[in-house]
Design a protein around this ligand. Structure first.
Ligand SMILES: O=P(O)(O)OC[C@H]1O[C@@H](O)[C@H](O)[C@@H](O)[C@@H]1O
Length: 279
């Protein structure tokens, strides 16, 4: 149990440790072998079995944000998932299938398999298989809404976005990213075309390489900054300084699945020692 909610703790042979809540199939913690926490979990996150948990890796499905009639970011993060156990060495799967609770929002038949795996020490792969188990085609948008832990946001840079098309949601402006190292401070909410190369979150303590699947053609980068953070009841006032969401997303063009078809959305996080000083 974590804060009164059912959760499972997963220990990989590498020494990496994961904690995942059944509510939302929500990864709460990833600690590598030396005990370094890689994900941000708000100390004031709600663990009431209904609300989305602030931090970790919320699963946004079948709708991203408010781009449709469903609740914000869909319903998958608000429902209980089941734990299917270790489905391959150092790989564990959680499952959500359609039920009366999902059909209250969305009529479609579906299966989600979230597989968390540790292929090497300090590497985490988050893979969401989306399957159409019904008899009619349907489409969806989705995101792996990862909250990365940062020691101090002012010292962090996100590298690899230069040249990517970008929609800045704060200013409602479209542009091409010109910076080779993006820094943060105020509210930041942008949808980028995902570059072919992994992004790098660079901090004094080291780099985190962030790769995503071809079926996630967008990368969303979000930090509420001080003003919006102060309005978020489930985040402490300084929480924005210790997180950065880098989300593998399929949102600009909904993915259509034929009956019996499935697709795999994934994000891989790879922690490495710093190769150069903070840009
Ligand atoms: O507060 P929520 O529902 O978890 O959403 C957090 C943020 O999620 C991001 O993915 C969106 O781009 C932001 O616009 C949004 O504010």
């Amino acid at each position: 149990m974590v804060r009164g909610q059912p959760a499972v703790e997963l220990s990989a042979r590498t020494g990496d440790r994961l904690v995942v809540a059944l509510h939302g199939g929500h990864l709460l913690s990833w600690q590598d072998a030396d005990g370094t926490e890689r994900l941000y979990l708000s100390p004031t996150a709600l663990f009431d079995g209904r609300s989305a948990i602030r931090g970790g890796v919320p699963i946004c499905f079948p709708q991203f944000n408010q781009r449709g009639p469903l609740p914000k970011h869909g319903f998958a993060r608000n429902l209980p998932w089941t734990f299917a156990g270790e489905t391959a060495p150092d790989a564990w799967t959680l499952r959500l299938t359609d039920s009366d609770a999902t059909r209250a929002f969305w009529p479609e038949r579906f299966g989600l398999d979230l597989t968390l795996s540790v292929p090497r020490a300090g590497v985490l792969r988050i893979a969401l298989q989306v399957a159409n188990t019904g008899v009619a085609p349907w489409s969806f948008t989705a995101a792996l809404h990862t909250y990365l832990r940062v020691d101090e946001l002012a010292d962090a840079r996100l590298l690899g976005l230069q040249g990517a098309p970008c929609w800045d949601a704060v200013r409602d402006a479209r542009a091409t990213e010109t910076r080779d190292a993006v820094g943060f401070g105020e509210e930041f909410d942008s949808v980028y075309g995902a570059p072919a190369q992994p992004l790098v979150l660079r901090q004094p303590r080291g780099d985190l390489h962030i790769a995503s699947s071809p079926d996630c053609p967008q990368t969303v980068v979000w930090n509420p900054g001080p003003a919006l953070c102060a309005r978020l009841a489930d985040m402490p006032a300084d929480g924005w300084r210790h997180m950065l969401c880098v989300e593998a997303a399929a949102i600009d063009a909904p993915i259509e699945l034929a009956p019996g078809a499935a697709t795999l959305l994934w994000q891989q996080l790879d922690a490495r020692p710093s190769s150069s000083p903070t840009a």
